[in-house]
Write a protein that binds this ligand. Structure first.
Ligand code: SF4
Length: 62
């Protein structure tokens, strides 16, 4: 299992994570939000973490 962690304070709402990964959506406050915070496979969350311009997405193996 992997835990996906987003520091929402840092998120600038650029939408990059949403464009590369369907585990992310834009929320009403204009920032991105995770659909699932724990996933079996990292999958596209890895790309989301890499593409995030403010590096506010972290992935931990649990
Ligand atoms: S890529 Fe990073 S800064 Fe951009 S919306 Fe996603 S979490 Fe926020």
């Amino acid at each position: 299992m992997f835990k996906i962690i987003q520091d929402r304070e840092k998120c600038i709402g650029c939408g990059a994570c949403v464009s590369v990964c369907d585990n992310w959506k834009m929320d009403d406050d204009g920032k991105a939000k995770l659909k699932k915070t724990e996933v079996e496979e990292v999958g596209c969350n890895k790309e989301a973490a890499e593409i995030c311009p403010v590096q506010c997405i972290k992935i931990e193996e649990v």
